[in-house]
Write a protein that binds this ligand. Structure first.
Ligand code: PBG
Length: 321
């Protein structure tokens, strides 16, 4: 006797009824890049279909986000001025702060998440304050707290530290609470690996390190248990959601995190994952729509409650077809 598993696949009604996992626009967060200046909507060459927006044109993308049924955006700012300590990152009138205010005005129902990091704002491109050739962990924490408070003051609902300094979640929680922002949530990039998949983003955000790499703060792609340790630590420090990043090559980490925690798990499907699919599709090698929906589904199946993806808008349209 063998089991006739095919009985449960006989037709689409059966398959619809027995399907274990689903994806919806409500699962997605869409990344938006904001730049200084006026009347700018420039396509990002490494992220086709994604744009650099100036504040005065943000309404175009926010309208689309809403129309697609996507409920959240994560903001990345590209300032004109960079310096050693990323001053523009905690300028209350900085590019991200302006964008937060503008988006809150445009759509009060949208969840606004801000990326808290320094690499787009420092002239050396590292994610913190340098001491010699290394990033000074504890000094950087002071700056991350200033950034988080400044984002919260502008109206961000969630701050998402992506720097990978030790102790940042606890420090930011304390700082936010002390200023009366106890309702601002922390989505921690907890298991963030030192990945080649970030390449297209660094072009988009002009944030590549000018020397060295990020191996002393981002994690070794070989390590699963260490990722779990980072997640546990962030939860102890007060993270409301934890993230695994990248997503596609790290679905084992997503699954293990999901099994371990009782808070929402976020998977960030990063720029390199997006760019590979776009490039393959352009060459006619793959079916972009089917591949993308399968990738997103696999992230959900692995345990992600939320997926940050540059495909958020396109995938939402495909899901409605
Ligand atoms: C900032 C940051 C990065 C990404 C998100 N936040 C770049 C990096 O760590 O170098 C990457 C996102 C992507 O590749 O889509 N630290």
């Amino acid at each position: 006797m063998f089991n006739r598993g095919r009985r449960l696949r006989i037709n689409s009604a059966m398959r619809d009824l027995v399907r274990e996992t689903s994806i919806s626009p409500k699962d997605f967060i869409y990344p938006i890049f904001v730049v200084e200046g006026k009347n700018i909507k420039n396509e990002i060459s490494t992220l086709p279909g994604n744009y650099h927006f100036s504040i005065d044109r943000l309404h175009e993308v926010i309208k689309e986000v809403k129309a697609c049924g996507v409920r959240g955006v994560i903001l990345f700012g590209i300032p004109n001025e960079k310096d050693c300590c990323g001053s523009e990152a905690f300028n209350d009138n900085g590019i991200v702060q302006q964008a937060v205010k503008k988006i809150a005005e445009l759509d009060k129902d949208l969840l606004i998440v801000t990326d808290v990091c320094m690499c787009e704002y420092t002239d050396h491109g590292h994610c913190g304050i340098l001491k010699g050739k290394d990033v000074d962990n504890d000094k950087t924490l002071e700056y991350l707290c200033k950034i988080a408070i400044s984002h919260a003051k502008a109206g961000a609902h969630v701050v998402a530290p992506s720097d990978m300094m030790d102790g940042r979640v606890g420090a930011m929680r304390k700082a936010l609470d002390s200023k009366g922002y106890e309702n601002v949530a922390i989505m921690s990039y907890s298991a963030k690996y030192c990945s080649a998949f970030y390449g297209p983003f660094r072009e988009a955000a002009n944030s590549a390190p000018s020397f060295g790499d990020r191996k002393t703060y981002q994690m070794d792609p070989a390590n699963l248990r260490e990722g779990l340790k980072e997640v546990r630590q962030d939860i102890e420090e007060g993270a409301d959601m934890v993230m695994v990043k990248p997503a596609l090559s790290y679905l084992d980490v997503v699954r293990e995190v999901k099994n371990m925690v009782d808070i929402p798990v976020v998977a960030y499907s990063v720029s390199g994952e997006f760019a590979m699919v776009k490039a393959g599709a352009k060459l006619g090698l793959i079916d972009e729509k089917r591949i993308t929906l399968e990738m997103l589904l696999s992230m959900k199946r692995a345990g992600a409650d939320i997926i940050i993806t540059y495909y958020a808008l396109e995938a939402s349209k495909w899901l409605k077809e």
